[in-house]
Design a protein around this ligand. Sequence first.
Ligand code: HSE
Length: 429
Amino acid sequence: MNPLKVALLGCGTVGSAVLRLVEEQAADLTARVGRPVQVAGVAVRRPDRHPEVPAHLLTTDALGLVTRDDVDLVVEVIGGLEPARSLILAAIESGRSVVSANKALLAEDGVALHAAAAKAGVDLYYEAAVAGAIPLLRPLRESLAGDQIRRVVGIVNGTTNYILSRMAETGAGFSEALAEATELGYAEADPTADVDGFDAAAKGAILASLAFHSAVTAADVHREGISSVTATDVARAAEIGCTVKLLAICERVAGEDGDSVAVRVHPAMIPTAHPLAAVGGAFNAVFVEAEAAGQLMFYGQGAGGEPTASAVLGDLVAVARNRVAGAAGAGPSAYADLPARPIAETPTRYHVSLDVADVPGVLATVATEFARHEVSIATVRQDGHGDAATLVIVTHSAPDAALSATIAALREVPAVRGVTSVLRVEGLS
Ligand code: HSE
């Protein structure tokens, strides 16, 4: 049987696992696809750094490899915007189906890439771009295609989940937990993309696009990282039966002018009884709420060579089968065309901890600031310490702008000696 030939772009942790698994599972892949699948070439920048790859496969000419006559399918695991975008477009425009793990590119340019794939009649699959090994995009695209998704809430970054888990376990501050994560290899030497939420925001944009059939880009996502989460925040969360997680929250929000899509990435307190609260260490999990299906949870390894390669290979088998059948699968559509809702107008809830003077009228003054901004208080707790006290307030849902304006106003109240913790809360009844 004539093999299907694959161009592999990039041979780092994921690429080398893909290369090895394609070889090790050759017989099974042949049986599952209906034709052998073979890697025809591996494009890398520095061939001398890849002694594990047979020399005849290595090339530095990625564009030449992608458009080579014998190549049928392209796997892109380079990451970043360029040259990945140009190479994927060249592959698509010359009739090759593409499997990619590139969240940054899909979150920025997914619409254009899908349009190019539809025009060329080829597939563009990218299960590995969000939450590594976890089958998630295909369930959203296919299994839930007949349902109405209301909300997708995910822990989609393992590095930050590891750091927050260690802060909860040990009482450590952010810097100390980050240093440990770096030493153990959970955090990269430059942890910015993970710690500041860029990685999770790209994944949130992809999830929201698929869940709500709308074009959502990373620029539409409100993003806050975890570097300002303190040991006090984590301790305050525990006091109300919560834990702190970096969440990517994608919701369909009803409004007077019609529905919109709100996507935000920020640390939040969630009840320890919530299924996402139990997701510890570097694991990922995504919680989906749909009208008919109800609540679903997807859990597993969100990073790492083999787990990510598993998702890449699943896509490779899917696009290879389509190629054998002489067809291409339907790509995601953005027919709903829901606008992105700014964070200021998105309803959220806050947990606020204040150090105050324990004198008559302080509670009333503080409550007045909430009332003035039309923020309703759900619960208040006071712990006294001599002439000082800590007030812990959990609000009801209100537009985020009203909540942040309330916090700004509280910082100016003389009786408020300090705003010691402010975090959004999710999933509290
Ligand atoms: N750096 C990511 C994480 C994995 O920590 O989850 C790749 O997206």
